[in-house]
Design a protein around this ligand. Structure first.
Ligand code: SAH
Length: 446
């Protein structure tokens, strides 16, 4: 299987720096299920192409799988899935991308760090990928790619993707979306690695119209990670493969919305132990970060988690922790780009909520306010939660979608915001998602 990466960004031969591969050499790596080769079939200042070639050893794949389990593993016909493995781009190509082009995938370039941060014209070629559901355009076009899809047989297609992207972004999209397209039942990419990417891909994934399909298919692979096939591939796997915890999905959705809003100066209201703050400080795009909580115990834990005393002064300067109650107007909080109320409003007695709303939307009045709160309707999906009970003993209420929508539109109207309601976590057709997210914005008209 093959992936070609072409750029016309001059001088185009700097693609070698971006991929950390000398264009004059041929680079080989052993992958356990075959070998990967990176070479440059075309090198020049106007146009350079790199090729990642993965030679899968299908015989070895089958033999080793049979040797381990003595039967087809895990209830699926191995033959079927191995048949097109050698040439059809799949998760095996993703493994190769991360092993051979890991620094580029991570956005790192020792020689050309600025170029790694710069969107450049790119053309990615995949001569064969299984795309039985004809989803290539739906997956790649919303991300700004021009997709040319040429069928090669009933279920396979050749893809050419053209667009202007940071190389790391382009690679991470291919890394996640080729296996999603392929949709076979095994996904031998380390869970941590894929998750990290999905998280860093948070920006593009959160706004992707096919986000649900992408996540659903991706999660299905994760459940398959314990397939005996993986052992035979020599790929480390997690023994336990829990779904991504909701709190992580929440944090990622909030980060993605903050980035989407272009927020730099950010309030984390009711920051608790600082889980979100820890992510915010990692991104220098957030230039001023303020965590506020009424609980000094939480603030102390946040301080410890963030290792404030060990942080570099430059990072330390960006972060402030404030002790304060959100139900009182606080001028210190005025004038920020964005405020986050992540799982906070349900901790406030309902009669006190208008006071919190006034202090956040009226006094602090940031351009963007993100509010997350449980969706009560979803609670029936938690087998351990008695009927009518709340998810947390300190919750004063848990709202269904209609109740939250009513609060959102009343608040938006009263304080002059527009509001958009979203879900976080698996979406159930009848019940909605486990977490509700509202994005309030003011100022610029839609
Ligand atoms: N946002 C964090 C913590 C959520 S728990 C997270 O998602 O991980 C709710 C937090 O809100 C607690 O830390 C609690 O102390 C804080 N809180 C509740 N009511 C508050 C109020 N009126 N003023 C300030 N903080 C409050």
């Amino acid at each position: 299987m093959l992936l070609t990466i072409t750029t016309t960004h001059e001088p185009a031969d700097e693609l070698g720096y971006l991929l950390a591969k000398h264009p004059d050499r041929v680079h080989r790596a052993e992958l356990g299920f075959g070998t990967a080769t990176v070479c440059f079939p075309e090198v020049g200042p106007a146009r350079t192409t790199a090729a990642l070639i993965v030679d899968v050893d299908p015989v070895g794949l089958v033999r080793r799988a049979a040797g381990v389990s003595g039967a087809t593993p895990d209830g699926f016909s191995l033959g079927q899935h191995v048949n097109d493995r050698p040439y059809s781009a799949s998760s095996l190509l993703s493994v190769a991308i991360s092993r051979c082009l890991g620094s580029a995938l991570g956005g790192r370039s020792r020689e050309r760090p600025e170029l790694a941060e710069t969107p450049i014209p790119l053309e990615l070629g995949v001569p064969a990928v299984r795309d039985a559901d004809d989803l290539a355009a739906a997956l790649f076009e919303p991300l700004g790619w021009t997709v040319e899809r040429t069928p090669v047989g009933p279920v396979h297609a050749a893809l050419s993707l053209r667009g202007t992207h940071r190389l790391a972004e382009a690679l991470s999209q291919v890394y996640v979306l080729l296996p999603v397209l392929d949709d076979t039942k095994h996904y031998p990419v380390g869970a941590d690695e894929a998750e990290k990417l999905l998280r860093s891909g948070g920006d593009w994934l959160a706004g992707h119209p096919e986000r649900e399909l992408i996540t659903r298919r991706y999660l299905r692979y994760r459940r398959r990670l314990t397939s005996p096939l993986l052992e035979t591939l020599g790929i480390a796997e997690d023994q336990e493969v829990p779904a991504t915890p909701l709190r992580e999905l929440r944090r990622d959705a909030v980060l993605a919305q903050l980035r989407r809003a272009g927020a730099h100066r950010v309030l984390d209201l009711g920051c608790g132990d600082g889980a979100l703050l820890a992510e915010l400080v990692k991104d220098i795009g957030f230039t001023e970060i303020v965590g506020v909580d009424a609980s000094s115990g939480s603030l102390t834990r946040a301080e410890r988690r963030l290792r404030l005393d060990e942080l570099a002064p430059s990072a330390r300067e960006r972060l402030t922790l404030l002790h304060g109650a959100l139900t009182y107007a606080d001028q210190r909080l005025a004038g920020y780009d964005a405020a986050v109320l992540m799982e906070v409003i349900e901790h406030v007695d309902e009669p006190r909520l208008p006071a919190l709303t006034a202090s956040v939307f009226g006094t602090a009045a940031p351009t963007t306010v993100l509010v997350t709160t449980p969706n009560r309707e979803y609670n029936v999906r938690y087998p351990d939660l008695p009927a009518g009970a709340f998810r947390h003993s300190d919750h004063r209420f848990e709202w269904d979608r209609a109740r939250f929508a009513a609060w959102c539109s009343a608040t938006a109207q009263e304080y002059g915001y527009r509001v958009e309601q979203l879900g976080i976590g698996e979406h159930d057709a009848a019940l909605g998602s486990p977490t509700q997210l509202a994005v309030f914005s003011k100022g610029v008209a839609a």
